[in-house]
Design a protein around this ligand. Structure first.
Ligand code: FAD
Length: 380
């Protein structure tokens, strides 16, 4: 398939010859515009909360669903809200994580425009902690809500990880959306998998998004591998393991042993083997290689969908917040308060990688707590 006919809409994508799981992926209406539309039309009950009169300034760092939900509620409550976003477009993972096939970007942009029209200010290309200092934010705003997401990707620790042609899932996903919005997917303006044998390491939802995108680019072959057994992985789709039993594009119980390169340093293959799961003497699950199952496959593109370990280091180094053992922002128990009074955290940054609906919910609740804090402050 030529790059200039990459199917970027759900309808066009569904015209392709797709494995069953990819049809489900594209048809599943729970995960995209339905949630977004619902989240934006949902009215948080603010009746019991005292309203401000536009004089109290609140900064929100990050414009993903947590930041959007939080800004919406604080704005409704009469606070003067500025959202700082380091990217060139607002929306967080809604913009650059979820592919356009699942969430058309014009829907997202129109929702954000409605927030702007209601009074929320967005400052883009505004990375707090680097381009804009945390101290300045603290001086200028009565409260801050940290909604920076969980975007520190888990690295690949394998022989061959230095080769060219290995990408983090987020970079792969971002490049297509950015090119779609700015360059109409002109060949050469995005990381294309056209004509390539693509290996996706990681069997979760992010890996599935990458598999769908690689399919839409016209990859020659796609193999998504997962070390765990399907039943061990946290699959939200009921009947999913049954659905993918005969699907050669998704293999569970499979380990990548190393990546191989050509004489120019480009990735050219992968050595894989099958594993079976057992228990150590202390009862911990352990993957054991099954002898005689090693095979080498040609691969020209590797995508790492290994998940995220929490917010990026700058958040912990500059924002005065502490890290939980899971890598997320520690909060005061039962509260969104994350550090000194007036500093709150919400969304994936606080609760770890989750779902869009949860992030909105966190943003709304953090906004109410922040409003309470600020209005109590006024009364003092
Ligand atoms: C590839 C992918 C696909 C997904 N698909 C789905 C799906 O289909 N359905 C679903 O329910 N969930 C999905 N999820 C999960 C969902 O997207 C997240 O749970 C949700 O977006 C978290 O929202 P958030 O606002 O906490 O963080 P994010 O959406 O990650 O937003 C954080 C924002 O903060 C900004 N930021 C970070 N640091 C700074 C800084 N220092 N200064 C300024 N800005 C900063 C980032 O640029 C980003 O815009 C997906 C996740 C991934 C990774």
């Amino acid at each position: 398939m030529a790059n200039n006919i990459v199917p970027v809409t759900r309808e066009a994508f569904l015209q392709l010859a797709l494995p069953e799981r990819m049809k489900v992926w594209a048809e599943d209406r729970e995960l995209e515009e339905y949630i977004l539309t619902k989240a934006f039309s949902y009215k948080v009950n603010t009746a019991k909360f005292p309203h401000a009169k536009g004089e109290i300034k609140v900064a929100i760092i990050g414009s993903g669903p947590a930041g959007l939900g939080c800004s919406d509620v604080l704005n409704q409550l009469g606070f003067k809200v500025t959202v700082f976003e380091r990217d060139d477009r607002p929306g967080g993972l809604l913009m650059y994580g979820v592919p356009n096939i699942k969430l058309p970007k014009e829907i997202l942009l129109s929702k954000i425009k409605s927030l702007e029209e209601a009074g929320v200010q967005f400052r883009l290309n505004a990375a707090v902690g680097t381009a804009i200092s945390w101290e300045d934010i603290r001086k200028q705003y009565a409260a801050v809500v940290i909604c920076t997401g969980s975007s520190q990707p888990r690295p690949l620790k394998l022989p061959g990880n230095e080769l060219t042609g290995i990408y983090y899932a987020k970079d792969f996903l971002i490049s297509t959306t950015r090119s779609l919005l700015e360059r109409q997917l002109v060949p050469g303006t995005f990381l294309s998998s056209e004509g390539k044998d693509v290996l996706i390491i990681g069997g979760g939802d992010t890996g599935a998004d990458c598999a769908a995108l690689a399919l839409s680019h016209g990859a020659r072959s796609i193999l998504q591998v997962e070390l765990q057994d399907c039943n061990m992985a946290r699959i939200s789709q009921e009947g999913f393991c049954e659905l993918v039993k005969g699907d050669v594009s998704l293999q569970y119980n499979t380990k990548v042993k190393r990546l191989l390169g050509d004489d120019k340093g480009n990735v050219s293959g992968a050595e894989l083997c099958r594993v079976e799961w057992g228990r150590t003497d202390s009862g911990m699950p352990i993957a054991k290689e099954i002898e005689g199952t090693t095979l080498v496959l040609p691969v020209q593109m590797v995508i790492l969908a290994l998940g995220f370990s929490g917010p990026e280091p700058v958040v912990f180094e500059k924002f005065g917040v502490k890290k939980t053992p899971l890598g997320t922002i520690a909060n005061v128990s039962g509260s969104f308060l994350a550090a000194e009074p007036g500093v709150f955290a919400a969304g994936d940054a606080r609760r770890g990688g989750g779902m869009v609906a949860w992030a909105f919910d966190e943003g709304w609740d953090a906004a109410l707590e922040c409003a309470k804090y600020l209005t109590n402050d006024i009364k003092k």
